[in-house]
Design a protein around this ligand. Sequence first.
Ligand SMILES: Cc1cc2nc3c(=O)[nH]c(=O)nc-3n(C[C@H](O)[C@H](O)[C@H](O)COP(=O)(O)O)c2cc1C
Length: 185
Amino acid sequence: MTTLDDIINRRMSTRAFEPRPVGRENIVALAEAARAAPSACNSQTWRFIAVTDSVTIERLCREAMRPVIPNKWLVQAPLVMVGCSQLDVIANRIGARVTGIEYYRIDLGIAMEHMVLKATELGLGTCWIGWFSTKKVRRILDIPGRIRVSALLAVGYPRREVARKRSRKPLDQILFAEKWGRPFK
Ligand SMILES: Cc1cc2nc3c(=O)[nH]c(=O)nc-3n(C[C@H](O)[C@H](O)[C@H](O)COP(=O)(O)O)c2cc1C
């Protein structure tokens, strides 16, 4: 039986894909995994655009990436999930004004990571993309001004030989006990 730990440990960012479509059923499975995510006040502000058209993906890659990390590999991705948010009045406008917390971004992050883990279970590779111009993505995909765009997710069958496991900070640097900075023993 595959455990959640197996899936978490198997996941790594994939930046090279086989030229094979992801398939409609898999796209729906990813969206269902996202749909099951929690959200502030159950506001479910996430919206996704599944982009599979190679011409559009090429435009995203060529026109909407930023310099220095131009994400050129994106052009090979058979699917790009575009993570958007349609803000809710109570949780996202009133709540965020009171607390200063942008709940919609937390919500979208959780939902998209559900997608990532589901994709891993299905044998698909993924890579988050945050280094892009929201303005240009908006223009290419006709996203209205009231909708926020926060992340893209490249999805596809990985060319395994290219991926490699990245290191992580040790637990004592990220986990404290009871108060900030107190070691967790
Ligand atoms: C919000 C976010 C934005 C990211 N943006 C990019 C990006 O623009 N380009 C890229 O190649 N990787 C991007 N990544 C992937 C990270 O570089 C990667 O997760 C990190 O190096 C750890 O490697 P791993 O995912 O293989 O464990 C992003 C990841 C996150 C969570």
